[in-house]
Design a protein around this ligand. Structure first.
Ligand code: SF4
Length: 948
């Protein structure tokens, strides 16, 4: 038997330990990087860090191999062969920056909208957005439109928060946890730690997911739902709660618009809007006075049910009454939804009964006094210990926005938002509802060499806030147009194809960062590659110039003309800011940095450094002093410390003020970054116990939020069960107002902009016949997006993906494990190998996301399993829906937010002959002049010592 290794675990493994923030996924855990002789030897979790408390996942520890990957770019490059060939020459940074400045400067001088600037899963959107605003183009967004904007927008319009970065389950007190469609790579360590706590306490975990892997495999109850029917399932739970009268009526009266009166005057221009008084306050019927009163007053007793007559003689009904009518209707009865969802009626009824039991019979009482928004003192905090969490599985459907809202309605009916045991906001949330940030970038406001009037992305309250020129979209991605009116994160998945079609207009420069848009981040890869290489009648590229920044040689690099090579996450400054998506926990306001723990050994620069440099070369006002000199000569670190969004408010909250004694608000502190580094690269401030819950209506928290600059209004956040902005779009579709949708769009707006959440079938299954199965992806817990595929340690876990399906499908097509099949959709077909399993919805096939690679990319051998047996579903997913009535082709997206509908895909399957390689075949990419990767990657031999 082999001798056990004799490892001295208490000895230091290096000569230095530097504490920074992990970036092997988006969870932002604290890490201790052990260095020896300036090289990374070992990464461990930081036990003092608020996010992971010392826990490190497999991805995090494999950051070493990401950092030393042979696929790392080495120097700026200029394309010398045709696009897609991978033929580049290395150039100096001076030349690269001059070229970029010339290209970008020419656009800004004539027509800023001819720059499209889109970024992927970076964590610096407050900087990139500000840069694009200063440039003056309306065409900016990050990846949210193809990720989970439905989840963010659905939550923010409903209750001023959302899941994940916006809030968490109350892991320490919840007794019943429902998990909908959560990706295992995304919500990683925090969810694992949380589920561990629930298991230790015996709390029940119910997972709703077509596939039983990861978190779903450790749940106490798995609901193997049909993809895209979650809204129907949740609607049936709501139906049961109404039917059994298990609703927290006091909570609805205190915190929601349930008692507000809605005008019932069919055909009028204000039908379906709230009845309001002369000051614009929503009206309720007050039992105390027996008449109408402003719903925002404290000393009233609003009626929840019934209809009333308004002073002008018209009828109005309460929101609660409308909800009861909707959700008590037969279409949401468990017996009716059972077949479509694949969830038996008895199971739905039992889960609804369990929810009611835990919420109302097992309430939690904390002896913690607090004061509500109206100044009323409460001596206890009462909690309904039900919590929920949902992510992309809900979001990435064309009915995702309304489904997300439906989940939040369920939480609110149970009284479980920001109470002990429920969902908890993380500061700076909650925000106002509807959110008060509006989008900017209407075509009429775009001027040469002028910044935009405000941020690109926001939350329209009605047609007046659309970004239109007549009917024509102002934005290249058609965000905030009638195609996707409330597209709070833009539609990055439409940018390349729209640019190539010059629909709505052409551009001169496409500038992208960290988004693999020539492969796994795009729908319909073959057409996207055609769009990137399309030429006009003169033989010039239709998208004339493409600038791309990435740290690695991904499939997108060969399609760019100018490459700005980024560093790894261990080599640069980063700022995980309260202005963006911070690392706050429910009990604390927190943010973090990354700093260079090792120096780059290549000629690369952090993208944020480069962007700031370009900003000053282009003389963008926010990056330039009055004398024309650079405002942040110290680069990104200089910007992080000295930039002020408003007086006293900058990218980092900690150690502000001259002596570092302030937090959140205070003048810049020249030693701020030193304080962060000393503290493990994060700042955290615990909020007072009396502010810990009911933050939406907690006087102390609201006032503290204003004092600390994280809140704009002292008014409470009132939950919008009924969303008036949606009704305003619907009224426009009915012919009211100055801004109305074109005739082609009227029915679509009328149908889907329902102010009360409802379920409708995903579009692809409404429009396509002959494809009986759903096809979805899951995220492997050990890889994040495509990043893991060049990682020698993570590839040992998964290097080729199978198509997983229920054994009954295998029997039907006469195929078994490792057989090859053809999977086809209305767009195309893919050849892949299968694996049979029981833990999957029988109408669904699935595979791991982003494992399949294109030959030539990521420093892999051409015969690597990722290239020969790995495959993508992307080739089957069309970016456009088939032609509907009127002949218009909408994007394959949610009609409200523009969220990419990845999981609407419908497929057919048949057995393929023999073995072989995955198809379709793509020509191998040139290797961009990167040195040949070693056949075998090894790490750490220089650290090896003789065994003791
Ligand atoms: S969960 Fe994500 S951020 Fe945390 S250690 Fe793992 S990879 Fe890093």
């Amino acid at each position: 038997m082999a001798r056990e290794p004799n490892i001295p675990v208490n000895e230091p493994v290096g000569d230095t330990v530097k504490k920074t923030t992990c970036y092997m996924c988006a969870c932002r855990c604290g890490i201790n990087v052990h260095l020896r002789d300036g090289k990374v030897r070992y990464i461990e979790g930081n036990r003092d860090h608020p996010v992971n408390k010392g826990v490190l996942c497999g991805k995090g520890s494999a950051g070493i191999m990401q950092h030393y990957s042979p696929a790392r770019l080495r120097a700026p490059m200029r394309r010398v062969g045709p696009r897609g060939s991978g033929e580049f020459e290395e150039i100096s940074w001076d030349e690269a920056l001059k070229t970029a400045t010339d290209w970008l400067g020419a656009v800004r001088k004539i027509d800023p909208k001819r720059l499209a600037f889109f970024t992927g899963r970076d964590q610096s959107q407050s900087l990139t957005g500000m840069w694009a605003m200063q440039f003056g183009t309306p065409n900016f967004a990050a990846h949210g439109g193809f990720c989970s904007v439905n989840m963010a927008a659905g939550g923010l319009y409903t209750f001023g928060g959302a899941f994940w970065e916006f809030g968490d389950p109350d892991w320490d007190l919840t007794k019943y946890f429902m998990l909908f469609g959560v990706a295992e790579d995304h919500a990683s360590n925090p969810i694992k730690i949380g589920i561990g706590k629930l298991k230790a306490r015996g709390a029940k975990v119910v997972s709703i997911n077509p596939v039983r892997t990861g978190y779903n495999a450790v749940a106490d109850e798995w609901v193997g739902i049909r993809p895209g029917t979650d809204g129907l399932f949740v609607g049936a739970l709501i139906h049961e709660l109404f039917r059994r009268q298990k609703i927290d009526l006091d909570y609805l009266v205190r915190y929601t618009n349930a008692p507000w009166l809605v005008i019932d005057d069919s055909g009028s221009a204000d039908d379906g809007l709230f009845a309001r008084d002369a000051d614009g306050n929503p009206l309720v019927h007050d039992r105390k006075s027996g008449g109408l009163a402003s719903g925002k007053l404290a000393d009233i007793q609003p009626e929840l049910t019934g209809s009333r007559y308004l002073p002008d003689g018209r009828k109005a009904r309460t929101v609660f009454e409308l909800m009861a009518e909707r959700y008590l209707s037969g279409e949401y009865s468990p017996d009716v939804v059972a077949e479509r969802t694949g969830v038996p009626a008895e199971q739905i009824r039992r889960i609804a009964a369990e929810l009611a039991d835990v919420a109302f019979e097992q309430e939690i009482v904390l002896d913690q006094p607090w004061t509500d928004w109206a100044g009323r003192r409460h001596d206890k905090m009462i909690g309904r210990p039900i919590s929920m969490h949902a992510m992309r599985g809900i979001s990435a459907h064309s009915n995702g926005f309304q489904t997300c809202r439906m989940i939040h309605i369920l939480q609110i009916l149970l009284g479980s938002i920001d109470c002990p045991g429920g969902f908890r906001y993380k500061p700076p949330y909650p925000k106002q509802t509807p959110p008060n940030l509006l989008p900017h970038g209407a075509l009429g406001s775009i001027r040469p060499e002028m910044p935009l009037g405000g941020p690109h992305l926001g939350f329209p309250h009605g047609p007046d806030h659309l970004l239109l020129d007549g009917d024509k979209p102002s934005r290249l991605d058609k965000g905030f147009s009638w195609d996707a009116p409330m597209s709070a994160h833009g539609l990055m998945h439409m940018v390349i194809n729209n640019a190539a079609k010059k629909d709505p207009y052409g551009i001169d420069v496409l500038f992208m960062y960290m988004a693999n848009m020539a492969w796994n981040s795009s729908m319909n890869v073959p057409d996207t590659l055609d769009a990137l290489t399309a030429k006009d009648e003169n033989g010039n590229y239709v998208i004339p110039k493409i600038i791309y920044s990435d740290a690695y040689y991904s499939e997108t690099v060969p399609y760019a003309d100018l490459i700005l090579p980024d560093t790894t996450y261990l080599e640069r400054w980063d700022c995980i800011s309260l202005l963006d998506r911070p690392i706050s926990e429910a009990d604390m306001v927190a943010d973090a940095i990354r700093y260079p723990v090792v120096e780059p050994d290549r000629n690369v620069r952090g993208f944020q450094e480069v962007l700031i440099d370009l900003g000053s070369r282009l003389k963008l006002p926010a990056f330039t002093n009055e004398d024309g000199s650079a405002k942040y000569p110290g680069g990104y670190a200089d910007y992080i410390v000295n930039h002020q969004r408003k007086p006293g408010i900058g990218p980092l909250a900690g150690w502000r003020g001259k002596d570092g004694g302030e937090f959140c608000v205070g003048e810049p502190n020249p030693e701020q970054l030193e304080r962060y580094v000393e503290n493990g690269s994060f700042f955290a401030h615990e909020i007072a116990p009396e502010h810990a819950y009911f933050k939406h209506a907690n006087r102390g928290y609201l006032d503290w939020g204003i004092e600390k600059g994280i809140r704009l209004s002292a008014e409470p956040t009132i939950f919008q069960l009924y969303s008036e902005p949606l009704q305003k779009f619907r009224l426009a579709a009915r012919g009211h107002g100055d801004r109305q949708p074109p005739d082609t769009h009227r029915d679509r707006i009328e149908t889907h902009f329902d102010p009360l959440p409802f379920w409708y079938p995903p579009f692809e299954e409404q429009m396509v016949e002959g494809f009986p199965l759903h096809a979805i992806t899951q995220r492997p817990m050990h890889m994040y997006h495509s990043w893991g595929s060049q990682n020698a340690w993570l590839r040992q876990i998964t290097a080729a993906n199978r198509l997983y399906m229920h054994t009954s499908i295998g029997e039907r097509i006469g195929a078994t494990d490792d057989d090859w099949v053809w999977l086809s959709s209305h767009l195309g077909r893919v050849k892949c190998q299968i694996r049979l399993m029981e833990g999957v919805n029988p109408h669904t096939v699935w595979t791991w996301n982003a494992i399949g690679k294109r030959k030539g990319a990521w420093g892999l051998d051409n015969d690597a399993p990722e290239n020969t047996r790995g495959f993508l579903l992307n080739h089957l997913i069309s970016e456009l829906l088939p032609k509907g009535g009127g002949g218009y082709r909408y994007s394959n997206s949610d009609p409200i937010t523009g969220q990419a509908a990845w999981f609407d895909l419908r497929v057919n399957i048949e057995k393929a002959d023999g073995a072989g390689e995955t198809e379709p075949h793509f020509e191998p990419l040139g290797r961009g002049g990167l040195p040949e990767a070693p056949h075998k990657l090894a790490f750490g031999s220089e650290f090896r010592r003789e065994p003791a």
